[in-house]
Design a protein around this ligand. Structure first.
Ligand code: ATP
Ligand code: MG
Length: 767
């Protein structure tokens, strides 16, 4: 084994890598090598002879966990394709997310928490249907809104964010929800962390076993741990344990999910004798990019002052793409991407970030037209398609027949002529007899269900036989299980014989699922599960299901030779040569939610004190900017159609905070669509309206209360076309053409039953 090369680290990084004997906090800005410290530290522990299976590294996404393992492997065993002993040592290191760690812990300790090892992990949809059922049974309103409300209360309680004010009957419903989950041998997402904590707190013997198993714990992106994760960590790492956490309080962007930046700031207090290392050199970004990022984050109140420096050159200036509307913005981004590519930047080294998912559609269209290859990093979406969910319901039923939610989904897909009433009768019988639905389908039970005719009984029996047959196929491999779930179930046939327009695509998707399962089998054959980690009893199928369930938002395949499109939240930890940020407008980024809470609006034109929501948006901006190595493009549109709404957003305040000299050219306001708005002029002349009021979007208002100035820019086809609008006299109509822009534009609108009318935009409301 080549000795670990510590010369590639600066002195502070090295001190963090070699520190032994007690807790360690690396608190440092973006791109300063925190993740690099984690990788080297793991390698150095292994090199010292520490058993790799006693090392636990926790990161934020599965993708990051995989990368960590990969990088440790490279450090230890060279880069050859063959699995040298050192490389396999790296694969013995447990690299996972908090949730996947929790899942594997629960599989191991299943009995102690009232589960079997084949338990199912319910996603939001599953939880929603369960919540609806419980509300219905409790005689309460059982619509989606009520169910969501119940789920968020449950989540708050589980994640420790409950404020103690949950009312009695909510607590009672939470209890029922828990019991129903356990009866189905299922857990929800919050349970993956909450149950291990509860187990550790109630069973010192179990806790002791896990403490002795993982003697070396490392956590990346520590600033985004929530209360439960922190509790789990504290339980696992007693005083004096070898715990190393790295993070950046300026990159804390998951407050809305319960993350609490105070953990990083209170670390020294909670972990006695913690060593603190600060890193100040940024190795990732050119000077201009770093300066822009620091200018934005510097405006946040209450931050640890951390100044980063770089030895890298200033590099290319930033470019502001100020567009007419969202289509223009997308076209210009596509053109810049194509140009960078022609100059030699590979596609996979470029990324486009946006604040809200809905922005991606227009970007995708533009990239397709410009023939720019791209991939949307949004891992879960494939598994959220209806036909895939149907197939997954079969797979889960095969692994865990007690999961009623899955049985109810599978029994109706493809349709088998089993109606609501039949299912209701079956359910009633099952709950009276204390059985899960599958057990209620057993020969002896079925005959006892009241009110079933022979036809229904026969159909139910045939479905039961199908599940029994499928379960036999499940044990072999994930591929065989998936094939059975789509073929034997009749799902594939259903779409093959359908004339619905997207039937072919759905069939393709089902085949892709089988392909994904086979791939997983192959992957596991060449890379066995981490040492000491038990294979779930259900074998490959349960393992495949766990992978699917724990796929995070940011776990999509990385772009091999493709530009990556993702939300800003999914971008953390990553780096690219060129980064584009679309939609830098007040109300988009910063998000309108932050504006709504922003006390600075009270002081017209002034900055006031910004809300915590705004501070988080600013951190998100810092995360976005610091992903770029060399080129940073920021884009905004003067007018934007989004969610069927036409918006005239002023440029983002974050744009106004970037020093003018960092840009290559700023648009001249006489000819540019980025117009000065009333408000405080900024350092660079992009004047931002801090008092921008969006309340006109509420349904009871008509067009903007604060109309933007009419634009001197030449008219072009704009986002208003095709919009549905309401007029006080003529009712609802569709915009067929637009002359001019903004509230003064003359729109030609077709009103059904009335005909075409020419109306000034300010007299209609987009709906
Ligand atoms: P983030 O806050 O964005 O997660 P980070 O602090 O984790 O960033 P890394 O991703 O570890 O930073 O490092 C940023 C880049 O700088 C990487 O490309 C890394 O390889 C490089 N780098 C870090 N330290 C050094 C060093 N001492 N010498 C050379 N390159 C380095
Ligand atoms: Mg990092």
């Amino acid at each position: 084994m080549a000795p670990l090369d510590l010369a590639s680290l600066n002195p502070e990084q090295r001190s963090a890598v070699v520190h032994r004997g007690g807790p360690l906090l690396v608190l440092a800005g973006a791109g300063s090598g925190k993740t690099r410290v984690i990788v080297h530290r793991i390698a150095s522990l292994v090199e010292e002879g520490i058993p790799p299976w006693s090392i636990l590294a926790v990161t934020f996404t599965n993708k990051a966990a995989g990368e960590l393992r990969e990088r440790v492997g490279r450090l230890l065993g060279g880069t050859g394709p063959s699995a040298t002993p050192d490389r396999s040592a790296a694969s013995d290191v447990r690299c996972s997310t908090f949730h996947s760690f929790g899942a594997s812990l629960l599989r191991r300790e299943a009995e102690a928490v009232g589960l079997t090892r084949d338990f199912t992990i319910y996603d939001e949809d599953d939880q929603l249907s369960l919540a609806k059922r419980l509300l219905r049974e409790a005689g309460r309103e059982a619509d989606s809104a009520a169910a969501r409300e119940l789920l968020s209360a449950i989540d708050r309680i589980k994640n420790g964010a409950g404020d103690g004010a949950e009312v009695e009957d909510v607590l009672e419903l939470c209890g029922r929800f828990e019991r129903a989950l356990r009866a189905a041998n299922a857990v929800d997402f919050g349970d993956l962390l909450a149950l291990p904590v509860r187990l550790f707190e109630s069973r010192p013997d179990v806790l002791d076993r896990w403490r002795r198993r993982f003697r070396h714990v490392l956590v990346d992106e520590f600033q985004d741990t929530n209360v439960v994760q922190y509790r789990l960590l504290r339980l696992l790492c007693p005083t004096g344990a070898d715990l190393c956490v790295v993070g950046d309080d300026d990159q804390s962007i998951y407050r809305w999910r319960g993350a609490d930046v105070r953990h990083i700031l209170g670390f020294e207090h909670d972990f006695a004798n913690a060593q603190v290392v600060k890193l100040t050199q940024n190795y990732r970004s050119d000077g201009n990019v770093l300066a822009a990022a620091q200018a934005v984050i510097a405006k946040n109140p209450h931050r640890h002052d951390k100044t980063l420096w770089t030895e890298r050159p200033s590099g290319a200036p930033l470019r502001l793409l100020s567009a007419q509307d969202e289509r223009d913005e997308a076209d210009r981004i596509a053109a810049e991407l194509a140009e960078l590519h022609s100059e030699g930047t590979v596609w996979s080294e470029m990324a486009v970030f946006y604040r809200i998912n809905a922005q991606s559609r227009v970007l995708e269209e533009a990239l397709r037209i410009a023939r720019v290859p791209y991939v949307i990093v949004r891992g879960r979406s494939f598994y959220e398609r209806a036909e895939i969910k149907d197939a997954v319901a079969y797979l889960r039923l095969m692994a865990n027949p007690r999961s009623d939610v899955d049985l109810l989904r599978a029994i109706g897909a493809p349709p088998r002529g089993i109606g609501e009433t039949t299912l209701e009768r079956l359910s009633r019988h099952a709950s009276a007899a204390g059985l899960c639905l599958f057990d209620a389908l057993a020969e002896g039970e079925l005959s006892r269900v009241e009110g079933l005719n022979a036809g229904s009984r026969g159909r139910l029996a045939r479905f039961r036989d199908l599940v029994v047959e499928l379960r036999a196929a499940a044990a072999e491999s994930a591929g065989a299980a998936a094939e059975a779930a789509v073929v034997t179930s009749g799902l594939l046939e259903r779409w093959a014989s359908s004339s619905e327009p997207d039937a072919a695509e759905r069939g393709e998707n089902l085949r892709e699922l089988v392909g994904a399962a086979r791939e997983a089998d192959e992957r596991w054959a060449s890379q066995p599960r981490e040492a000491g980690e038990d294979l779930p009893e259900g074998g490959p199928l349960v393992r495949f299901l766990e992978e699917i369930a724990l796929l995070g938002d940011a776990d999509g395949e990385a772009g091999a030779e493709r530009v990556s499109l993702m939300t800003l939240h999914a971008a953390k930890g990553l780096e690219f040569d060129a980064v584009f940020i679309a939609g830098m407008e007040e109300g988009i980024f910063p998000h309108s939610r932050a504006l709504a809470f922003d006390p600075s609006r009270e002081e017209a034109g002034g900055r006031g004190t910004e809300s915590e929501e705004m501070a988080e948006e600013r951190r998100l901006c810092y995360v976005g900017f610091t992903r770029a190595r060399r080129r940073l493009f920021v884009a905004c549109a003067r007018m934007r159609a989004l969610f069927g709404d036409l918006r005239f957003n002023p440029p983002s305040r974050f744009l106004g905070e970037i020093p003018a000299e960092l840009f290559d050219a700023l648009p001249s306001f006489e000819s540019s669509p980025v117009r000065p708005y009333p408000g405080a002029p900024s350092a660079n002349g992009i004047t931002v309206d801090y008092s921008y009021d969006q309340s006109w979007r509420s349904p009871e208002r008509s067009f903007p209360r604060r109309p933007p100035r009419p634009s001197p820019a030449p008219a072009r086809p704009i986002g208003a076309m095709g919009l549905t609008v309401r007029h006080a006299v003529f009712g609802v109509g569709k915009v067929v053409s637009a002359d001019g822009e903004g509230p003064d534009a003359k729109l030609t609108i077709r009103f059904p039953g009335v005909g075409e009318k020419r109306i000034v935009a300010r007299f209609v409301t987009p709906i």
